[in-house]
Design a binder for this molecule. Structure first.
Ligand code: ZN
Length: 306
């Protein structure tokens, strides 16, 4: 964060100059009238009020103070005015896939997660009324993408409802790695016992084996997870789940291929418990999902602006 001091305010230069200027002003004004009548209307720097810039000079310029060729204001460079994530790459991984249920044998195929082998993907859970986790994850991911792109981020998805199934967990990790993502968030909702409520974030454990080596990403992933926990709680009003990770909201796992195989900062977020009726009422509410997406986007933004 920038906490540089502002440049000192220029001091007032006293009255003498003002008097001289006042004396000169009528002459200048007369000079301007003459100049203006000669038809020059160019180079008026117009820091205009929402007016589109055109290459034409056809519009008449209002008189500027008569001072010769005032320097144009410095053009701000860099990430200003609401684009704090310009140049950043975010990968969002919507957990599961609504079509996985139609491809049981393909998603059951075992893939190498470095430390073990695991199913390519799973169907995910659902609410009692049949709202699928995979539909939830895609919806929240898309909402978060809109928010992140508005801040200037380049956002990529591991799937956007555009694949027959999957991708497999190893490919999900690879997509983030190949994108050289600055942050990856895998969006999920849990399927715990009824009566259990709340959200939690899953951080990569430090693991090494086969193609897995998370030693370099555990620390930044934890920071990402902490920002997410804080922002998600604030945006949704939800509490960290009490049924896991001692209620801290931060679980650490070494059995998830999507984390084990990541070489870039990555976490999962379980946004709530689909099997609990109160949590399900939130998860199925699009207004709540917008808040959830806002929490995800803000957590990522905080992490990337550190
Ligand atoms: Zn899931």
């Amino acid at each position: 964060m920038s906490n540089g001091s502002f440049p000192p305010e220029p001091g007032r230069r006293g009255g003498t100059l003002a008097i001289v200027l006042a004396a000169l002003l009528p002459a200048c004004f007369a000079g301007w009238l003459l100049w203006s009548s000669l038809g020059d209307s160019k180079d008026d720097g117009a820091d205009g009020v929402g007016a589109p810039t055109t290459s034409s000079t056809s519009s008449p310029s209002p008189p500027s103070s008569g001072a010769p060729a005032a320097p144009s204001p410095p053009t701000p460079s860099g990430n200003v005015s609401g684009k704090p994530l310009a140049g950043k790459v975010v990968v969002i991984d919507p957990g599961h896939n609504p079509n996985n249920r139609d491809h049981p044998s393909q998603i059951a195929r075992l893939v190498d997660i470095g430390t073990d082998e695991k199913e390519c993907d799973t169907t995910g859970t659902a609410t009692n009324s049949g709202y699928a986790e995979a539909s939830f994850t895609l919806d929240v991911a898309r909402r978060a993408r809109t928010l992140l792109e508005a801040r200037g981020a380049t956002v990529r998805f591991t799937q956007d409802g555009d694949r027959p199934y999957g991708p497999c967990v190893d490919e999900r990790a690879e997509i983030g790695n190949k994108a050289h993502a600055d942050a990856v968030v895998s969006v999920h909702a849990d399927g715990a016992a009824a009566g259990e409520r709340g959200f939690h974030v899953i951080l990569p454990k430090s693991v090494r084996g086969g193609g897995a080596d998370t030693s370099a990403i555990t620390a930044p992933s934890r920071r990402l997870g902490e920002r997410l926990r804080s922002r998600f709680a604030k945006a949704t009003g939800s509490e960290p789940a009490q049924y896991i990770a001692d209620g801290s909201g931060l679980d650490v796992r070494g059995d998830l291929g999507g984390l084990n195989l990541s070489t870039v900062p990555k976490v999962f977020i379980e946004c709530g418990n689909m099997r609990d009726s109160q949590d399900a009422a939130q998860l199925t509410d699009k207004t709540w999902r917008e808040r959830a997406a806002d929490g995800v986007a803000q957590g990522i933004t905080d992490f990337l602006n550190e």
